[in-house]
Design a binder for this molecule. Sequence first.
Ligand code: AMP
Length: 120
Amino acid sequence: MAYDRNNVFARILRGEIPCQKVYEDEHVLAFTDIRPQAPIHVLVIPKGEYVSFDDFAAKASPAEQTAFLKAVGKVARDLGVAETGYRLLANHGADANQEVPHFHIHVFGGRRLGRMLPRE
Ligand code: AMP
């Protein structure tokens, strides 16, 4: 799947749409989800053009991948949920209902999060 430069996260990265920034470095931006599903619900995204986790895992440089992983850990620690617990989620593709075609990890926390997936 080709990267769509008009997706909402690309527009946030270009500053065309505002976001509630939580963290930023050379490779990574983190901001609050606009429809939070937990008291803490932050999205961590790479600045590079990667459609999904699969694309990022296959094509991002080691420097980008390392920076991303470290940023996710730092964001969770800085938000105070490393002690109490948190959940990471990355949706890839149709079966996972990925809505925004720019790789992102959801960080959920601040309450008991229940089961990993609802029972079918
Ligand atoms: P996903 O289904 O994993 O692609 O999740 C996309 C997430 O992006 C959803 O949780 C949305 O609420 C969130 N989202 C969409 N637009 C924005 C925005 N402008 N700012 C912050 N979060 C957004």
